[in-house]
Design a protein around this ligand. Sequence first.
Ligand code: GRF
Length: 216
Amino acid sequence: MKKVKLGVLVSGRGSNLQAIIDNIERGRLPAEIAVVISDQHDAYALERARKHNISAIHMSATGFKRKRDEYDAFLVTELQKNNVELVCLAGFMRIITPTLIKAFPNRILNIHPALLPAFPGLHVQKAALDHGVKFSGCTVHFVDEGMDTGPIIIQAVVPILDNDTEDSLSERILKQEHKIYSRAIHLYAEGKLKIVGKRVLVTDGKTIADEFLLNP
Ligand code: GRF
């Protein structure tokens, strides 16, 4: 199967990036990371990439404060130079502009640590605990021009326990993030994702039919 060339955008520790690298190296994901780009010079994600001989670029966003689209134009140039087909946002703490979205139509993915459309934005585990929901989880979606609003590809559900804290819940959700991001990329690589309106239909997807989860 043809390998899909990825460009991964990061800002921080890069555990999702690491999970993708590990799956590729274990032969479980038909992909290749062409470039990793961070807006933060001290993002541990850059170090993770370099340890695996992946090209890792830091580009500061200072100086682009009022010109976010110029920063995104830089990203587009770098991604295109590296022949990137699919852009993966993995803890990239910037709102991206139409400049990037138009250059990669339906070819940008994001991972979010909640069951969208509930709890978009930041500090979402705290929001889920404060709200008292019984399940949270994570979502991989295509990126559109809204904030965490694009068509949903895959979600993992994580029950919320009575003694959960923001940290314990984040940790359990993160474990699932590491699984579903690679799975979404795999489905993309196989050409199995079809966007119909807001829905993403997955050909030969193993959807769970007529099952439910209870908590408690
Ligand atoms: C993850 O929780 C992801 O869902 C969110 O940012 C965090 C990034 O973590 N978008 P990491 O840098 O991949 O460890």
